[in-house]
Design a protein around this ligand. Structure first.
Ligand SMILES: Nc1nc2c(c(=O)[nH]1)N[C@H]1C(S)=C(S)[C@@H](COP(=O)(O)OP(=O)(O)OC[C@H]3O[C@@H](n4cnc5c(=O)[nH]c(N)nc54)[C@H](O)[C@@H]3O)O[C@H]1N2
Ligand SMILES: Nc1nc2c(c(=O)[nH]1)N[C@H]1C(S)=C(S)[C@@H](COP(=O)(O)OP(=O)(O)OC[C@H]3O[C@@H](n4cnc5c(=O)[nH]c(N)nc54)[C@H](O)[C@@H]3O)O[C@H]1N2
Ligand SMILES: [Mo]
Length: 653
């Protein structure tokens, strides 16, 4: 038995440092590494159970070629030489006929390592393929934030302990920020009040003093109403605003129409409750907003973020230790990823496809050069992308040459012409800089990759050679590339670089007060904040919200039976009064539908839910799962997903 260091590669703000125990060359156990002062010795159930997937007999261990119909999952093993030869021959023929933009890469967040995640960008830029706009997650929130706060970072999770009023705004702490829970308990023991603002009483409710349920998509209106009350009650910090903000007077002049009496129906709370929330915020010494992303996956997500970002400025919260926001932009760029991403090789004028519009793009909509080949790596579009039925129709096209680089037979891999075997993080080199705090860790393999598994970096290096492209990574190996990125960091000190290169997780502190990183050093409130527009949806009466599940992460961990058992069956949660009106009881089957599709699943009534709202946690395998109901429409800012801005019918199955 031996133990070595590793890091969690998943798309989660926590970025846990790990200890991997190996026995006879196989992973026996995964625990937390106490050397990371934030994530420490505790890891979530997902990681504890990951050895089941790493050692699973279901893993893909050789390249495969399709032998049956698309989607049937019938394949035969082939060698890497055959696979690379077939891909490059097919691509050369397609490029000769249609040009390189007929090839579309599709990747997102299966691994978050700087090298393995981003190397495909370098390769596909060199190839001249269509560009993918990767806005599947929180781009609306980022774009709204940037408009007000520029490149400013917000707090680290441990700063939250110093706050006396913590708003858990649109976040499921036990699922997505589990190491914040002990910090919240400590703050509460010190007298802090904690309020969850969400469309349902997600598991964070157990950490909060109060749950403030809102209607989906009303957060911008709520933030503006809070600003109106703060202004009216003289609770704004004029001195801070005049020194550190631009445009407060312009914003202030627009607030009258956001009086709680005007907005309360939209928000789904009484004017008094909205006023009480604003007063608590305005009277706190150091109010902190822990801001998740669910609210921003809406047609008005960017505007809502701008309105929320104005709150800490209005009360001068950034000047108080523990005040401000946590969860928006908690880590500056510690490394420059351009040697991997190669933006210098990109052609900005070339064809681009928004990731949320894969289905329409495969049907020829919005593209000048039709897509004849799709290369999927570290993503599972058949499950995670909006308009699932259109995505599946596209994947079923006989004239689409599809390559999927995967670890097990996902819904997407079943549609591939060629499947390539991919690794788990314990089998590769990478460099991790999680987005939830300032941390960096270099990782080398804990075990040898099984069978003929190859990493993203290795595959793109092979494909570049087969297509006679200049190597986009200067001929480096993944390990050498990781080291280069550390050595070239403009942010880390020499001493920090040495620690990173030795494999230690290095955690950096948050400066206080945080610098405001806009061109003029001021928070920008001048452009009118609209904050709310009517939802995107159609005539269907219920609003559908997709939320994270505690025991899975998007479609990741669908390959771990123990976690599937903990998550339970596919379900929607709804308001008990709505369910009673529809004659639905706990455990009944419901049909949820709209113009795009229809999903049948269980009904759960175990948590409070806003009226006329249905919440679907998690991304399940198979057809007719929740993304068959989400439209490929984009948000106001950042061209982001609007997977929480859809309307549905609900009825008894
Ligand atoms: N266990 C687990 N961990 C995860 C993930 C997971 O799926 N499971 N996902 C990972 C990923 S990809 C990300 S991006 C991060 C963050 O993941 P996010 O998906 O941003 O999740 P959270 O920020 O925790 O919570 C989203 C919350 O937003 C709420 N919400 C939805 N619409 C609205 C609205 O209109 N208003 C308000 N107020 N609330 C709303 C949902 O009900 C939910 O409770 O977490 C990562 N970590
Ligand atoms: N309904 C609904 N839809 C959602 C969400 C939701 O909460 N509900 N969440 C949205 C959000 S926030 C996000 S970020 C996206 C995430 O969407 P995706 O990025 O597609 O994430 P996953 O579903 O986790 O699938 C990642 C896949 O990558 C594979 N993989 C992991 N590591 C590697 C590797 O090193 N190499 C290769 N080749 N493959 C690897 C895994 O086996 C897995 O199948 O989904 C979005 N879609
Ligand atoms: Mo995400």
């Amino acid at each position: 038995m031996s133990t070595c260091r590793s890091a969690c590669p998943y798309d989660c703000p926590e970025g846990c440092s790990l200890l991997v125990e190996t026995e006879g060359g196989a992973v026996a156990a995964i625990t937390g590494d106490p050397a990371n002062p934030y994530t420490g010795g505790w890891v979530c159930a997902k990681l504890r159970n990951l050895p089941q997937a790493i050692n699973s007999p279901q893993r893909i261990l050789t390249p495969l070629r399709r032998t049956g119909a698309k989607g049937s999952g019938a394949f035969e093993p082939i060698s890497w030489d055959q696979a690379i030869e077939e891909i490059s021959a097919r691509w050369k023929a397609l490029i000769a006929r249609y040009g390189p933009e007929t090839i579309l890469p599709y990747s997102y967040a299966g691994t978050m390592g700087a090298v393995q995640r981003n190397c495909g960008e370098g390769f596909f830029h060199a190839l001249g393929a269509s560009r993918l706009k990767r806005t599947l997650c929180s781009s609306g929130k980022s774009a709204g934030w940037e408009n007000v706060m520029g490149r400013s970072c917000d707090l680290s999770p441990w700063d939250v302990e110093h706050s006396d009023l913590i708003l858990l705004w649109s976040t499921n702490v036990p699922a997505t920020r589990a190491h914040l829970a002990p910090i919240l308990r400590k703050a509460r023991a010190n007298g802090a009040k904690i309020i969850l603002i969400d469309v349902y009483a997600n598991p964070s409710a157990q950490l909060a003093d109060q749950t403030f349920l809102v209607q989906p998509g009303s957060d911008g209106a709520l933030a503006l109403s809070m600003l109106q009350v703060l202004d009216q009650e003289g609770l704004t910090d004029g001195a801070w605003l005049s020194q550190h903000a631009a445009g407060w007077e312009e914003l202030r002049a627009t607030l009258e129409r956001w009086r709680p009496e005007e907005t309360h129906c939209l928000i789904g709370q009484t004017p008094d409750a909205i006023r009480a929330l604003a007063l608590a915020y305005g009277r706190a010494k150091a109010p902190c907003i822990v801001l998740g992303s669910g609210f921003s996956r809406s047609g008005n997500g960017g505007e809502a973020t701008r309105a929320i970002a104005a709150l800490p400025a209005a009360v001068g919260a950034w000047a108080k230790r523990g005040g401000g926001t946590y969860g928006v932009c908690s880590s500056p760029d510690l490394i420059d990823k351009s040697p991997v991403k190669r933006p210098d090789l990109a052609r900005p004028e070339g064809q681009a496809v928004n990731i949320n519009q894969l289905g329409p793009a495969l049907a020829g909509q919005g593209v000048k050069t039709p897509i004849h080949s799709l290369y999927v790596y570290h993503a599972n579009p058949a499950a995670v992308t909006s308009h699932q039925n259109a995505v599946l129709r596209g994947l079923a096209r006989e004239d689409l040459f599809t390559v999927v680089h995967e670890r097990y037979m996902t819904d997407t891999a079943k549609y591939a012409d060629i499947v390539l075997p991919a690794p788990y993080m314990v089998e590769t080199d990478d460099l991790y800089t999680p987005y939830g705090y300032r941390q960096i860790q270099l990782v080398t393999p804990a075990v040898q990759a099984p069978g003929e598994v190859k990493s993203n970096f290795e595959v793109f290096t092979l494909l570049a050679a087969a297509l006679a492209l200049e190597n986009p990574f200067g001929g480096l190996t993944a390990r050498a590339m990781c080291r280069r990125l550390v050595e070239e960091s403009a942010v880390l000190t020499q001493a920090e670089k040495a620690r990173v290169l030795s494999g230690e997780p290095v955690v950096l502190d948050t400066p206080f007060p945080l610098p405001i990183e806009t061109a003029d050093g001021k928070v920008h409130l001048a452009d009118p904040i609209i904050g709310w527009y009517p939802p995107h949806g159609g005539p269907e009466p219920f609003r559908l919200v997709c939320a994270p599940a505690v025991h899975t992460l998007n479609s990741s961990f669908n390959d771990v039976p123990a976690l599937q058992a903990l998550r339970g069956e596919m379900a929607v949660r709804m308001n008990a009064g709505d369910a009673a009106r529809l004659g639905l009881a706990q455990g009944d089957r419901a049909v949820v539908s709209n113009d795009l599709g229809e999903m049948t699943c269980a009904v759960r009534l175990d948590r409070a839910v806003s009226p006329m709202t249905v919440v679907a946690e998690g991304v399940f395998p198979g057809r007719n799962t929740v993304n068959c109901l989400t439209h490929p429409r984009l948000s106001d800012w950042g061209e982001a997903t609007t997977l929480n801005d859809n309307t549905v019918w609900v009825g008894k199955a």
